[in-house]
Design a protein around this ligand. Structure first.
Ligand SMILES: [Zn+2]
Length: 110
């Protein structure tokens, strides 16, 4: 619930700053490892958006695939499956790039 609440808080703040009366869509990007379940985020958001300018807004969640980079050979690694070692050189010195983030991509309004 807390993620949905902070999300709504940001959306309403943005709406107020731009003088928006009615928000129609909120597009959010979520990292693959951000521990966000899209269905439950949508569910929570729908519950708390009532009686706000975002009451009719649909929440659009796009999941960002996680990427990693190998420190040993510099290979870019697709972290869609949790990879324990670099597929190129088998080094375990892999740095995750992103995957944890959650941010608002854009907001649509009337
Ligand atoms: Zn490597």
């Amino acid at each position: 619930m807390s993620i949905a609440q902070s999300l709504l808080a940001i959306v309403l703040e943005e709406a107020q700053r731009h003088g928006v009366q009615r928000i129609t869509k909120v597009a959010v990007k979520v990292g693959a490892f951000a521990n966000v379940v899209p269905d439950s985020l949508t569910f929570s958001f729908d519950l708390i958006k009532e009686d706000t300018p975002a009451a009719e807004a649909t929440l659009e969640i796009e999941q960002i695939p996680a990427q990693g980079v190998c420190h040993a050979c510099g290979a870019q690694i697709d972290m869609a499956q949790l990879v324990a070692a670099c597929p190129e050189c088998e080094s375990k010195d892999i740095q995750m790039n992103g995957g944890q983030e959650l941010y608002i991509d854009h907001i649509e309004a009337d």
